[in-house]
Ligand binder design. Sequence first.
Ligand code: THG
Length: 396
Amino acid sequence: MTQPLITFSRRLRETPFTGRILAGGAKSLTVYNHTLLPSWFRSMEEDYWHLVEHVQVWDVSCERQVQLTGPDAYKLVQWMTPRDLSKAQHDQCFYVPLCDERGHIMNDPIAIRISDDTWWLSISDSDIYLWAKGLANGAGLDVEVTQPRVWPIAVQGPKSEILMERLFGEEVKSIRFFRYKRLTWRGYEFIVARSGWSGQGGFEIYIDNAEVGLDLWDELFSRGEDLQVGHGCPNNIERMESGLLSFGSDMDYSHTPLQCGLDRYCHLDADLPSMSIEALRAQRDAGVESRLIGLVAPQVPAISGHSQLIINDEPVGEIMSQCLSARFDAWLGFVMLDSEHIDALKSGSEEIHLQCYDENYKAVFSELPYKLEEMDLTEREDTNNLDDMGLALEQT
Ligand code: THG
């Protein structure tokens, strides 16, 4: 399928690494926070296998930092999230739903405590800079909201620690999950966190100097040759298998974290000055009307934006994200489904089918994250070229 081109301009931001990812063979790009983000290099599947076996360097500059700095920085971030950040240490990162007064999700960034009075929100795809500025100014808070020139890059995959140690030394190994350290490379200090949008383990480096960042990027590749380091980017198949959510796809402004299985990031019994607490408590007590679940349909030939879910001949639910697993012969869907149907599927009183190109395939219910190894699926032997099926358009 021929895809239209995207026209670059100053509105659509390049990153310091755009030249590198184009030279590295990025075949498809998407736009995230008004910024270019590669979506695959060789093919979605080949990228997947390379990621789970080796190490990749990702340009995730599009995960922009919204900086809150000033005496009221904590007050502002805590107002925006129902996750308790009151005991945050100076080296900590937190995955946080940001929610409005109705409890609806505005974004799901990683919040990073930089210092006593500075926080970074490493945002997903919505304009939190505007929301945070509006809140701060409207409430007269003593906090400055800015978007500093910081571009995160990710080093992901099972060999990421070996590669990172070669550049930053042994201290890299002591960084715990969702913690960061300030580590020096060629005399320049970077924030290095153990985090990243894959289930394969790895690090993120917050580049705040484009020139040094490019040299660092090049050295990751030159020192990682024997590890088969490669270009990569967040991979839709891998992140679905690992149960990582994508704001804008799996959930949007109309959903609450309680509908998305993000309950563990909502401290509803704590006495927090968060604007969403009351609405979320009410929703918890009343029960959610619909919820994000996983479906698995074995033996589906392709994915399609026109697929539908059917219970008792009626269309139900909404497919938020979908892919064909690389490992198993299975279609995977993240689906927003009415709670009534979820109960009926679990009890076995209803069956759900995926209707794809006029064929019906029985789907199996799963909570997220999936436990695919336990689901009695057939391992794939073929290597369908998924990109020929317009997958690049779907999997973003
Ligand atoms: N790294 C950085 N910024 C980001 C992302 C990132 N901004 C946008 C987007 N990704 C934010 N969304 C997520 C979603 C999930 C996770 C991280 C960011 C994640 N979740 C783990 C999980 O669900 O297993 C663990 C979360 C936890 O236990 O705290 O990693 O990737 N810089």
